[in-house]
Design a protein around this ligand. Structure first.
Ligand SMILES: [Zn+2]
Length: 140
């Protein structure tokens, strides 16, 4: 099964802006919206769960996610999550992997896509973060 992750420059810029809230050194997190196609995932929007303070886990914010989803177009849904790693590499921790899987299961999706963003380039810069996509799927 193909797993392309498509994101428009506009949505990428929005995600980079949201992730930039982590310039204070705290993690931020949110949701990825879009469509699933035969080719993979098409991200059409990104939302931050809490701009002002550390979110902890997007799993606890699922009520908020459902409220947002209710206002999305019929072919769109929450595809997964994103969060920042202000000081660590853009690799998921064990806790991250569990959270990805919990959230995918909670949504009843066969697959989900999750982004981890970490500062790119030299120094603590969020202008061009590294974005890593991690796809989880139900065990077969
Ligand atoms: Zn993490």
């Amino acid at each position: 099964m193909a797993s392309e992750v498509l994101i428009s420059p506009l949505v990428r810029d929005r995600l980079v802006e949201l992730a930039g809230c982590s310039v204070d050194g705290l993690e931020r997190a949110g949701f990825l919206f879009g469509r699933v196609s035969e080719r993979g995932f098409e991200i059409t929007d990104a939302f931050i769960a809490d701009k002002d303070r550390r979110t902890g886990s997007v799993v606890v914010c699922d009520g908020l996610a459902k409220a947002i989803e209710a206002n999305l177009g019929p072919s769109q849904s929450i595809l997964g999550t994103w969060h920042t790693h202000p000081t660590a590499a853009a690799r998921p921790s064990e806790a991250d992997l569990k959270a990805f899987e919990t959230y995918r299961g909670l949504r009843g999706h066969a697959r989900s896509v999750n982004f981890i963003l970490s500062p790119g380039g030299a120094g603590p810069s969020w202008a061009s973060p590294t974005i890593s996509a991690w796809i989880t799927r139900a065990a077969s």
